[in-house]
Design a binder for this molecule. Structure first.
Ligand SMILES: Cc1cc2nc3c(=O)[nH]c(=O)nc-3n(C[C@H](O)[C@H](O)[C@H](O)COP(=O)(O)OP(=O)(O)OC[C@H]3O[C@@H](n4cnc5c(N)ncnc54)[C@H](O)[C@@H]3O)c2cc1C
Ligand code: SF4
Length: 478
C-alpha cells in the first residue's frame, strides 16, 4: 500500500484544463497534467483496498462500475506514489494495451467505484493512468515488443478502431501474422474520425500505429472489405478473420423532411467534417438533438466554429446533482454530468445549452432549407413516451442528429451468412466472440452495439484470446 493515511492527508486534485476562452480558439487537447509532486500525492490517496472495486467491473442495476479491463489500479497507484514509474507502467500495460486512449477519453468507470468516492473524492485514477503512459513514451520505455517466434498463422482484422487494434496487438504479440484492413484513409476508427482533437489529438493514434507497425502489424488502409476484397476471399487467404467494423448506423428520428431538408447533418458526419477543416456551423443557429457524449462533442465543435447559438435537446429529464438514496455507491452514479463542451457553452453563450425532457416534433423550412424546429415537452408514463400537445419553435439553420446508433452495416456479415441479432449487431453465444461461420470472429461495437473505447478494447482482447485458442488448440493470452 502507498501512504497509509494519504487519503486523509490529501484532497482530490484532478488534472487541470486550459482556460475556456483560450482553448475554444483552437482544436488542441484541453487537458493539462499536474506537476510531478502533485501527481505522487494523488497516487498516495489510493488505499489499496482489500477488494478493490475500481478494478472489478461489476454490474449493478444493469450498469457497470469499475474498470472493464481489470486494470491493476492499486498496484500502479502505489508505484507512482513511490516514484517507481517504470514498474507502474509495466503493471498498467499488463491489462491495458492502449492507456494513452483510455487515459484521455474513458469516462473512468473505475473512479465511480473507488472507495474514496463515497465522499465524492475518488482517486484520480484516469489522470494517473495518463501520467504513466506519457511517462513511458517520454522516457523511451515504449519500445517495440517483437515476438521471438512466429506461429505461421495469418489473421485478418477488418476495421482499425480500438477493438480491431486491441485484437491485432494481442494476436501479433502472440506470434501470428496480422493484417488490419481499414476502408478509411487512416486507421483508428472513431478514435481518428469521431472523437474530436480536443479530447484526443490524432498524433496519439499515429504514435501507436507506428509502434504497432514496428512490432510487425501490417495496416492496409483505403481497403474496404466487401468492395475492394470480398469477405469470402479474406476467409480463403487467412487462417482466421476478425470483424471489428463498428456500429455507426445513426438513429434518424421520424420527422417529415428529415431526409430531404437542407441543413441537417448526422453527428459523426459533422465531427468528421470539422476534423477535415470545415466550419459549417459558423454563424448558424445550431440545434443538437441528443444530450449525450456525442452531442457534447458536437457542441464543443460548434463553439470552435463560432456558431451564433447552440441548443441541445435531451429527451430524458434533468438528473439530480447528487446521488440519490436509491443510487448508492458503488453503483454507477445517475447524476447530472456537465461536460467540457457544456461548460464552454455556459461561458461563451452565457447559459446552459441543454433543454431537458424535450423532443423535436417538426422541421420548418423555406424552399427546402431548414429555418426552425418545433419542440415539445416529453414525459415517460409507465415506460411509454408521452409528447405534450403544447409546441414552441426555436430558430435552427443547422440541425445535428446525435440521437444514438442502430447497429452495424449488415451487408458485409450477411455476405457470408453470419447471423445477426435483432439489434443489428453480430450474434455470438453468450461470452463468446465466434460467429456462426467457422473461423470468423467479431469484437467491439459491431458485436456489443455502440459503446465505449474501454469496452471496445476489452472485446478486442477477449476476441483475440478466443481466436488464438481456435488457431492453436490452447491459448496463453489474458
Ligand atoms: C462522436 C463520438 C464520440 C465518442 N466519444 C467517446 C469517448 O469520449 N469515450 C469513449 O469511451 N467512447 C466514445 N465513443 C464511443 C467509441 O468511440 C466507440 O465505442 C469505439 O470507437 C468502438 O470501437 P470499434 O473498434 O468497435 O469501432 P470503430 O471505432 O467504429 O471502428 C470501426 C472501423 O471499421 C472500419 N470499417 C467498417 N467497415 C469496414 C469494411 N467493410 N472494411 C474495412 N474497414 C471497415 C471503419 O472505417 C472504422 O475505422 C464515441 C463515439 C462517437 C460516435
Ligand atoms: S481504462 Fe477507464 S475504467 Fe479502466 S482504469 Fe483506465 S480510466 Fe479507469
Amino acid at each position: 500500500m502507498g501512504k497509509p493515511n494519504g487519503f486523509l492527508q490529501y484532497r482530490r486534485k484532478a488534472d487541470t484544463v486550459r482556460p475556456i476562452r483560450k482553448r475554444i480558439q483552437d482544436h488542441q487537447e484541453i487537458h493539462v497534467p499536474l506537476k510531478e509532486e502533485d501527481r505522487r500525492q494523488q497516487a498516495a490517496r489510493c488505499m489499496n483496498c482489500g477488494v478493490p472495486y475500481c478494478q472489478s467491473a461489476i454490474t449493478l442495476e444493469r450498469m457497470t462500475t469499475g474498470c472493464p479491463l481489470y486494470n491493476l489500479i492499486p498496484e500502479w497507484n502505489d508505484a507512482i506514489y513511490r516514484g517507481i514509474d517504470a514498474h507502474g507502467l509495466k503493471r498498467l500495460l499488463r491489462m491495458n494495451p492502449f492507456p494513452e486512449f483510455t487515459g484521455r477519453v474513458c469516462p473512468a468507470l473505475c473512479e465511480k467505484a473507488c472507495i474514496n468516492g463515497i465522499d465524492g473524492e475518488p482517486v484520480t485514477i484516469q489522470n494517473n493512468e495518463f501520467y504513466l503512459i506519457e511517462y513511458g513514451y517520454a522516457n523511451g520505455l515504449m519500445e517495440p515488443q517483437i515476438p521471438a517466434v512466429r506461429s505461421g498463422k495469418k489473421v485478418a482484422v477488418v476495421g482499425s478502431g480500438p477493438s480491431g487494434l486491441a485484437a491485432a496487438d494481442r494476436l501479433n504479440k502472440r506470434g501470428h501474422s496480422v493484417t488490419v484492413f481499414e476502408r478509411d484513409r487512416e486507421i483508428g476508427g472513431l478514435l481518428m474520425f469521431g472523437i474530436p482533437n480536443m479530447k484526443l489529438d490524432k498524433s496519439i493514434v499515429l504514435r501507436r500505429k507506428k509502434l504497432m507497425e514496428e512490432e510487425g502489424v501490417e495496416f492496409k488502409t483505403d481497403t474496404a472489405i466487401g468492395t475492394d476484397l470480398s469477405l469470402e476471399e479474406l476467409k480463403q487467404e487467412y487462417d482466421a478473420v476478425i470483424l471489428a467494423c463498428g456500429a455507426k448506423k445513426a438513429r434518424i428520428p421520424d420527422l417529415e423532411g428529415i431526409e430531404t431538408t437542407e441543413g441537417i447533418l448526422q453527428a459523426v458526419t459533422f465531427l468528421r467534417m470539422f476534423l477535415d477543416g470545415s466550419t459549417v456551423a459558423e454563424g448558424k443557429d445550431v440545434v443538437i438533438l441528443g444530450g449525450g457524449d456525442t452531442g457534447n462533442d458536437c457542441l464543443a465543435s460548434c463553439i470552435r466554429q463560432k456558431a451564433s447559438s447552440v441548443t441541445q435537446i435531451e429527451m430524458m429529464p434533468k438528473p439530480p446533482e447528487e446521488r440519490q438514496p436509491n443510487n448508492p455507491w458503488p453503483q454507477w452514479p445517475k447524476v447530472l454530468k456537465t461536460d467540457y463542451g457544456q461548460l464552454e457553452a455556459i461561458e461563451y453563450y452565457g447559459k446552459d445549452p441543454r433543454l431537458f425532457a424535450k423532443t423535436i416534433t417538426a422541421l420548418h423550412s423555406e424552399d427546402g432549407v431548414l429555418k426552425e424546429v418545433e419542440i415539445a415537452d416529453v414525459t415517460f408514463e409507465n415506460g411509454s413516451l408521452q409528447v405534450s400537445e403544447q409546441r414552441e419553435t426555436i430558430p435552427c439553420s443547422l440541425l445535428i442528429i446525435a440521437a444514438g446508433f442502430t447497429g452495424c452495416e449488415t451487408e458485409l456479415p450477411s455476405s457470408v451468412g453470419i447471423a445477426l441479432t435483432p439489434r443489428n449487431t453480430i450474434e455470438t453465444k453468450q461470452g463468446s466472440y465466434a460467429t456462426n461461420v467457422e473461423g470468423i470472429f467479431t469484437a467491439g461495437d459491431m458485436h456489443r452495439g455502440q459503446s465505449l473505447v474501454v469496452w471496445a478494447i476489452r472485446e478486442g482482447m477477449q476476441c483475440a484470446k478466443e481466436a488464438d485458442r481456435w488457431l492453436m488448440g490452447y491459448t496463453n493470452l489474458l
